[in-house]
Design a protein around this ligand. Structure first.
Ligand code: GDP
Ligand code: MG
Length: 384
């Protein structure tokens, strides 16, 4: 485990509603912005229909999906004059410092019962405000490091002096409105940069929160290249699409309120209701999957009598690294991997015997790059 996605966004954008939809955790939804930094945390299973299919074949004692942790953090967009000068509070940063990616919730729905704090729906404005707050917070983090490095540099330590120069350059860049992505850094500088855990450097993806009625059209708009409609909810969706594409980021549309309501139904009823709305799957599932893609993760699978299970690795990982996810001994004593791809096994009617006859079961060595959907059995020897 250990993957964490921080849900951020302006007040009343639907963060907590989405969190509840994702986790069915029943966290308190506020009808008004709260002034303190609250955080809800929950671990969510990554939906993977392949597990159920494999379970039919292997009859395991248990099925174990892989997981992602979500953290819903309030606190953005409630900037007092102090926050505007100093960035977001240490408490806010503490909650998302260790997040691997940020899910940025943008409000496009209108709801008279829960008005937008700025009085109107405007994605462009909201996105600018969000990014400004994140940048100001990073600037404050860097300022603090400039001060402490400045004190240490008095000793004349060459390494500290270099670090100070770098931190000052970074500070100046950020205060001119540049982002970290706009600047370039040497390898040692990048090492210092990573330790700063800057918020604007985190991988991020966008979640557009739309009304139930606009959900299907929003999905189509996000998937294609249709021009931005003028005004209304879809214009809002198009504005988020433009921003996400400019950043090369993922974007998904959900109706958080609908999702949260569906989450309270038994799964079969929810599926039926979704079908009636003409929607293929829960938006919550798409959010989890977008997080997975944003983090550049893939799943490999293990299957046997004991369990059918999904495991997470970074795309491009080699077989021994994947083995190490299961047990460090597996990585240390890695000999080879017996691999059959899920799609091949299904093409062979789920029969390992047929897969073997068709040459679909491969023996792979330590340089094999694991693919999403590989079903792997590792051969290892711990005494080596
Ligand atoms: N109509 C509509 N209302 C929503 C939607 N998502 C959230 N809301 C409402 O907006 C208000 C704020 O939601 P909340 O999740 O507390 O926002 P947060 O401040 O970002 O955590 C609540 O009254 C929600 O019921 C949505 O998709 N559609
Ligand atoms: Mg909230």
């Amino acid at each position: 485990m250990g993957l964490t996605v921080g849900i951020i966004g302006l007040p009343q954008s639907g963060k907590t509603t989405l969190f509840n939809a994702l986790t069915r955790a029943g966290a308190q939804i506020s009808g008004y912005p709260t002034s303190t930094v609250q955080a809800n945390r929950a671990v969510v299973e990554v939906p993977d229909e392949r597990l159920a299919r494999l379970a039919e074949i292997f009859n395991p004692r248990k099925i174990v999906p892989t997981t992602v942790e979500f953290v819903d953090v309030a606190g953005l967009g409630q900037a007092s004059e102090d926050t505007k000068k100093q960035g977001l509070s240490a408490e806010f940063i503490g909650h998302i410092r260790n997040a691997d990616a940020l899910a940025v919730v943008v409000r496009c729905f209108s709801n008279p019962a829960a008005p937008h704090p700025a009085g109107s729906v405007d994605a462009e404005r909201d996105l600018n405000e969000l990014l400004t707050e994140l940048t100001l917070t990073d600037l404050a983090t860097v300022e603090k490091r400039v001060e402490s490095a400045g004190r240490k540099a008095k000793s004349g330590d060459k390494k500290v002096i270099e670090e100070l120069d770098f931190l000052k350059r970074l500070r100046d860049g950020l205060s001119e409105g540049k982002t970290v992505a706009d600047m370039s850094f040497s390898t040692p500088e990048q090492a210092v940069l990573r330790e700063l855990f800057l918020l604007t450097m985190k991988l991020r993806f966008y979640v557009v929160n739309v009304s139930e009625d606009a959900l299907a059209e929003a999905g189509t708009l996000l998937a294609g290249d249709a021009p931005a409609p003028e005004g209304g909810e879809l214009a809002c969706v198009a504005a988020v699409r433009a921003r996400a594409r400019a950043e090369g980021a993922e974007v998904v549309a959900v109706s958080a309120k609908l999702e949260a309501e569906l989450g309270e139904l038994p799964p079969e009823d929810a599926a039926e209701y979704l079908g009636a709305l003409g929607l293929p799957e829960l938006g919550a599932d798409r959010v989890v999957q977008a997080g997975y893609r944003a983090l550049n993760l893939i799943s490999f699978l293990t299957a046997g009598e004991d369990e059918v299970r999904a495991w997470t690795v970074t795309r491009g990982s080699k077989a021994p690294v994947a083995a190490g996810k299961i047990h460090t001994d597996f990585e240390r004593g890695f000999i080879r991997a017996e691999v059959v791809h899920y799609d091949d096994l299904m093409a062979d009617s789920g029969s390992m015997k047929t897969a073997r006859e068709h040459g679909h079961i491969r023996l792979e060595g330590k340089d094999y790059v694991v693919r999403d959907g590989d079903i792997i059995e590792f051969r290892f020897n711990v005494s080596r």
